[in-house]
Ligand binder design. Structure first.
Ligand SMILES: *[C@@H]1O[C@H](CO)[C@@H](O)[C@H](O)[C@H]1NC(C)=O
Length: 172
């Protein structure tokens, strides 16, 4: 009994440390909302910042070889709703141009949270930015903890996190 438990536990630990697998099409396609966002260069996601984005929807195209991403960007009171199409480069990394060049990875942490991780290069500076995406307007404690771990791996301090639900005034 003990041995079985230990095996399960070790299995879990290894599963957590493995590189994230590419999520299935059905796990990506759908409506997703920005619950939190965080960046190592915090000005990029602050009010008026170019990477302050409120996600709305993902669609996998061609078995996720392409990924259509719909989100709001805000400039103080105005909301605009671009759709961009990211193309899979290698493994689970996508490339898309938006406010510079972006390498994007989607991590499915749980049924209730996807983390959108991007490295943005604006021509001068590289920014690591992440978005915790959920289905409603909050996340479980486990999801939040996992999100913080992902940010730590990317050199993003916890205090550089913004609560997206508090400032998203764009149409749902
Ligand atoms: C940004 O994140 C990547 C992992 O995606 C990491 O390898 C890199 O060190 C991070 N950059 C900084 C400046 O910490």
């Amino acid at each position: 009994m003990k041995a079985v438990f230990l095996t399960l536990l070790l299995g879990l630990i290894c599963a957590v440390q493995e590189a994230p697998a590419q999520p299935e099409s059905s796990e990506i396609t759908g409506n997703w909302y920005t619950i939190y966002m965080a960046a190592d260069n915090k000005e990029k996601i602050e009010e008026g910042g170019p990477l302050r984005t409120y996600f709305r929807r993902f669609e996998c195209i061609d078995n996720c070889e392409k990924l259509s991403i719909t989100f709001f960007v805000t400039n103080y009171d105005s909301c605009t709703l671009p759709t961009v199409v990211a193309e899979r480069a290698e493994g689970n990394v996508y490339h898309v141009d938006f406010m510079g060049k972006n390498s994007v990875q989607l991590i499915r942490v749980s049924e209730s949270m996807l983390v959108f991780c991007a490295e943005n290069f604006d021509g001068k500076k590289t920014t690591n930015v992440t978005y915790a995406l959920g289905k409603g307007s909050s996340l479980s404690q486990e999801d939040i903890q996992k999100y913080e771990e992902i940010n730590n791996e990317r050199g993003i301090p916890n205090e550089n996190t913004e609560d997206g639900t508090q400032t998203d005034h764009c149409p749902k």
